[in-house]
Design a protein around this ligand. Structure first.
Ligand SMILES: Nc1ncnc2c1ncn2[C@@H]1O[C@H](COP(=O)(O)OP(=O)(O)OP(=O)(O)O)[C@@H](O)[C@H]1O
Ligand SMILES: O=P(O)(O)OC[C@H]1O[C@](O)(CO)[C@@H](O)[C@@H]1O
Ligand SMILES: [Mg+2]
Length: 516
């Protein structure tokens, strides 16, 4: 193993402006394979907005006219500490001496390894956006004994948070010999208003068996300046931030302030949300566990309603703006007759409406189960409840209980209708689902996320979020995961698969079809 490598960053060209970068990507690199460009790894050094780049890049034909060249390659890179601290020394990665990696053929991720954002492409399509592949690097930018790391968890709960905490601590300690790790208690505000706790592999050994967060969490309380003051005062140089879209925005603000002050602090975001609404990544940890746990509630509803005459079960699942849990829980179960999500408007009365469908299903089967995402039909609920616009401490709008509203509406309808007496059961398992520990596959996923974050921070990357993109873990610029929220696309085939499985109406009226 060559330990004498000079810092690869010393080979860097000066930072490129946006237009320079796009033209270089196009003119210099488009006609040759990526492997010919070892330096591509370090370019562009600033986080560059992808849509602009893509607009600048035109497809180019290769000499062989049968083969359209892989042009239009875009690397959406994450910042590196040397971006604002150019003289930072680097060291050989201690993983070279690690027992765990002793027989691994390629311990380190190659600098030119990238992960494609899109894997379904056509012969002539541009190569498109790529992210830097996550994993250990040959050089690190921290001496193990000088690392002072901290971990914070923010936002709502989600199965698997404790596994991520545990694996960051164990990863730092077992792989890199770091033993100075602080737990920040109670979310962002914990940086400046609470005590910290020392985290060791022993302290966190069993925490993955528990739901919730060992470090506690909170909403609101993000004061960038106070947080960075505190990071500086405590001598913290690696910050691991576990949380959803709001948390990642907070992480971006911390990274910017750290860079502005020129501090050697790596900021790594680990995306967390039970709603699975974080953009770019394949899915968020805890989501599989939630879908699995939701089966128990659906099953209970099914048992209840099939044991009575004209039983109607309603199960409310989480999902503020996206109905992923409801959609996947429905697809996983065979007992759901109708799934309602925020992305697909529905209506109650008249032809093709929910009441008509309930009547039909009860006549056919004698019972039915409806799965309802908490964000579905909010416009109806607010019409009937005249709500005040309430927000939580982070500024998220507080939703009204669509489950209670729908239960009442269905009851009223069938009472007035008098053609059919129904027996309705409403189950709200939302917090029970969120509070459980993660299942086996999420535990594995959490381990990979944590280790990838540790490798990234040790390698000097900062201002990044880690996550799987087409099954490969990548370092993603934070802004990419916060600029949009993932929602179920009702125009995609997955929603059609659900409709084909439940055989429920789509509730789409002509004008909505045209709009879609
Ligand atoms: N735009 C922002 N800038 C800085 N900090 C933010 C921003 N939005 C939210 N935060 C902070 O991030 C933390 C968590 O945000 P929020 O309560 O919205 O949860 P989240 O991370 O989105 O997770 P989830 O929605 O999955 O529960 C809060 O402490 C909040 O103050
Ligand atoms: O913990 P709280 O503030 O009740 O949050 C509930 C919300 O959090 C989420 O679980 C997202 O974390 C949403 O699905 C839900 O609406
Ligand atoms: Mg959120």
């Amino acid at each position: 193993m060559d330990h004498s490598l000079s810092s690869p960053l010393s080979k860097l060209p000066p930072p490129l402006s946006l237009s320079e970068t796009s033209s270089i990507l196009y003119s210099r690199y488009s006609l040759r394979p990526l492997s010919n460009f070892p330096n591509l790894n370090f370019k562009p050094r600033t986080s560059i907005r992808k849509p602009l780049l893509l607009r600048h890049i035109q497809p180019v034909r290769a000499q062989n006219p049968d083969q359209t060249i892989n042009d239009g390659f875009v690397l959406e890179d994450v910042p590196h500490l040397t971006t604002f601290l150019p003289d930072l020394p680097s060291y050989p990665n201690p993983l070279q001496r690690s027992q765990a990696y002793a027989i691994v053929k390629e311990t380190f991720v190659r600098p030119e390894d990238v992960v494609a954002e899109k894997i379904v492409v056509q012969k002539n399509s541009p190569r498109g956006v790529h992210f830097r592949r996550a994993g250990p690097r040959e050089r690190v930018y921290f001496k193990s004994e000088e690392v002072r790391a901290c971990i914070v968890t923010c936002g709502g709960l989600c199965p698997g948070i404790n596994t991520v905490i545990r694996e960051i601590v164990c990863g730092l300690n077992y792989m890199y010999g770091v033993d100075n790790i602080l737990g920040i208690e109670g979310g962002y505000r914990g940086f400046y208003s609470k005590n910290t706790m020392q985290l060791t592999p022993k302290v966190v050994n069993d925490i993955h068996k528990r739901g919730g967060t060992f470090l506690q969490t909170s909403r609101g309380g993000h004061d960038t300046s106070k947080i960075v003051d505190n990071i500086h005062d405590r001598g913290i140089n690696q910050v691991y931030i576990i949380g959803g879209d709001g948390t990642q925005k907070g992480a971006a603000a911390i990274y910017k302030e750290v860079a502005k002050r020129g501090l050697q602090v790596a900021v790594a975001g680990i995306p967390k949300t039970i709603d699975n609404d974080i953009a770019v990544i394949d899915k968020s940890f805890g989501f599989d566990t939630a879908v699995e746990e939701a089966q128990r509630a659906i099953n209970a509803a099914h048992v209840e309603v099939e044991s009575v005459e004209n039983g109607v079960g309603i199960v409310k699942l989480m999902g503020r703006y996206s109905g992923f849990i409801a959609m996947f829980a429905t697809l996983a179960s065979r007992d759901v007759d109708c799934c309602l999500i925020p992305e697909s408007p529905f209506y109650l009365e008249g032809q093709g409406g929910l009441f008509e469908f309930i009547g039909q299903r009860l006549k056919e089967n004698g019972h039915m189960v409806i799965v309802l995402a908490e964000g579905a039909g909010q416009e109806f609920v607010s019409q009937s409840m005249h709500p005040v616009d309430e927000k939580d401490a982070s500024g998220n709008r507080l939703l009204l209980d669509v489950g209670l509203w729908l239960t009442q509406k269905i009851k009223d309808h069938f009472t007035n209708d008098r053609t059919m007496a129904i027996n309705l059961k409403y189950i709200d398992p939302t917090y029970m689902i969120r509070a459980i520990p993660s299942n086996a596959s999420d535990n594995i996923y959490c381990t990979l996320l944590a280790q990838s974050a540790v490798h990234g921070a040790m390698a000097g990357y900062t201002g990044f979020t880690v996550g799987p993109v087409n099954s490969r873990h990548a370092y993603i610029p934070i802004s990419r995961v916060t600029e949009t929220q993932n929602v179920v696309k009702v125009t995609d085939r997955m929603w059609a698969r659900l409709l084909a499985s439940t055989n429920q109406p789509s509730f789409l009226r002509n004008e909505e079809m045209e709009k879609a």
